[in-house]
Design a protein. Structure first.
Length: 144
């Protein structure tokens, strides 16, 4: 059974780095489109965070490193299991806040093309980003 992990972290109090990993996914979850694969996911956690993710990639991209650093997408295959790892760096103002939730939405038209929408509750975002940024600012003020 595939395991999905998502982590967000502030970088320099200017950006949010999102890491997502879907590991040990059955190859049969991929839609075969001839020379490409399509993967679509829609998950909701117990805490209310929601993930929608789709990626379209050429079969020849399997087990090859990403060509770009932001976003970075790695797709690896071992036997019949697939692992997809995605890292995206976003500016803080690109994260929308609405009705008790924060939304990260991003698209990439380059290869591999993907769309990501991650809706997280305020408590999760505060724990992972807001509180960490406040601690970083306090440490910076004490050094100055």
């Amino acid at each position: 059974m595939a395991a999905t992990k998502i982590n967000i972290a502030p970088v320099e109090n200017k950006y949010i780095k999102l890491n997502m990993s879907v590991s040990d996914m059955d190859k049969e979850k991929l839609v075969d489109l001839g020379d490409s694969f399509l993967l679509k996911m829609n998950k909701k956690s117990k805490s209310g965070n929601e993930l929608y993710f789709s990626v379209l990639f050429a079969k020849k991209m399997m087990n090859k490193p990403s060509r770009t650093s932001n976003p970075s997408v790695a797709i690896t295959k071992t036997k019949n299991l697939i692992t997809v790892e995605l890292t995206v760096m976003l500016e803080l103002d690109s994260i929308a806040h609405n009705e008790g939730f924060y939304w990260i939405k991003t698209e990439n038209a380059a290869s591999p093309a993907f769309e990501l929408s991650y809706k997280m509750n305020e408590s999760y975002y505060d724990k992972k980003a807001t509180n960490v940024m406040a601690e970083n600012e306090t440490e910076t003020e004490q050094v100055d």
